[in-house]
Design a binder for this molecule. Structure first.
Ligand code: KG4
Ligand code: ZN
Length: 350
């Protein structure tokens, strides 16, 4: 049995969790900064890192206490050390290294995006079949991956502009809804007519696995405020019209994601689809994923948005391989899993 403490501070949530054998979550504590950032309609990096400093040790303390354990009983300490905001990452990485050193425990650095995909296994006994297509969709990420296992991951497509969660948050702002906007739009979409407005579906070139959401967002802006010279206010829309725009925007997002997943399944011969990240909580997407030709796996609701259980869970795979990090582990802003460079691609073809 392996008991791993996970720490997460890549963006605006300070989180710690204790996970047993990679699947069973004994505790998962999240201190959210949403209220601090709401008035700025997005995460302010400097405010985020300061808030992480204040919360990190109390959050770790609560996670250990709720799991009924203590530092000496742990088998390892894991921390998401990439990708994320540098100031935020540094707080979690420094806390993880310090605790590992003080308690003389192995340290495991994990990738946040890979952890989002791994989260489908938390508190569950599902066994997705490989090869699989992975889809990470959140406020900061929108990318497709080809997975031979949860440890063998290769990026096959990504957004060329906004992340899908960012588009949800910006459209929520245009509609005068709160931040973060994803959950509100998802809820309103159930009441509105998804065919009320035909927003554009940008699927890029034939066969492309990349995404683009900025045109869709601009299209919503023009629909609500009118083109130059018209200058309508969102206040002129009735609640029913706002629900219709939310439903129509969500329908466009879901259509694009399902189109890309179908393409990726064909191109990689995938036997399952694994979806993680904040937007994987979306009810419309979960419903539409049932139309895919292979089974799809989503995390439990509490493990969709940023959390530390996904770090403590994924770390178990590193633990089993004795793949530990040194105390010189760095905070890194980009993911380990980026698109192969042109040179790598051409050598692969040769
Ligand atoms: O994974 P996450 O907590 O943070 C990042 O790594 O970015 O994702 C947060 C994002 C926000 O943009 C939020 O609006 C979106 O996930 N989100 C949703 C839903 N719940 C959260 N988007 C669409 N539908 C939802 N139900
Ligand atoms: Zn995330």
């Amino acid at each position: 049995m392996a008991l791993i403490l996970g720490i997460e501070s890549t963006c605006d949530e300070t989180a710690a969790a204790v996970v047993e054998d990679g699947r069973r979550v004994l505790s998962s504590v999240i201190s959210s900064q949403v209220e601090l950032h709401a008035k700025y309609r997005g995460v302010v990096p400097e405010i985020a890192s300061r808030a992480h400093i204040e919360s990190i040790l109390p959050v770790v303390h609560d996670a250990l206490q709720q799991a009924g354990t203590a530092l000496p009983q742990l088998d390892a300490i894991a921390v998401t050390h990439r990708p994320g905001l540098i100031g935020s990452l540094l707080i979690g990485v420094t806390a993880g290294k310090t605790l590992a050193w003080a308690a003389d425990k192995p340290l495991i650095g994990v990738d946040h995006v890979q952890a989002h995909l791994y989260s489908v296994l938390l508190d569950s006994d599902v066994q997705p079949a490989f090869p699989a297509v992975g889809l990470a969709i959140s406020g900061g990420h929108t990318a497709l991956y080809s997975l031979k296992s949860f440890s063998d991951v290769q990026m096959i497509g990504a957004t060329i502009d906004d992340a899908i969660g960012e588009a949800y948050d910006k459209v929520a702002f245009i509609l005068g809804l709160g931040y973060p906007g994803g959950p509100t739009i998802d809820r309103l979409a159930r009441e509105g007519n998804p065919q009320a407005v035909r927003f554009p579906r940008s699927t890029l070139s034939r066969g492309s696995l990349d995404f683009s959401f900025s045109g869709l967002k601009t299209s919503v802006l023009y629909h609500v405020r009118g083109h130059k010279g018209q200058q309508r206010s969102v206040k002129e829309l009735s609640p029913d019209q706002i629900a219709d725009v939310a439903a129509s925007f969500q329908a466009a997002c879901v259509d694009v994601v399902i189109t890309k997943l179908k393409r990726a399944i064909i191109q990689t011969g995938a036997r399952s689809v694994i979806i993680g990240g904040g937007v994987s909580a979306n009810a419309g997407l979960r419903l539409a994923a049932q139309s895919l030709p292979v089974p799809s796996f989503f995390p439990k609701a509490q493990y969709c948005t940023d959390n530390a259980a996904m770090a403590g869970g994924l770390a178990y795979l590193h633990f089993q391989r004795n793949d530990f990090s040194s105390l010189s582990l760095d905070a890194i802003t980009h993911s380990q899993f980026t698109r192969p460079s042109r040179a790598e691609k051409s050598s692969a073809i040769v």
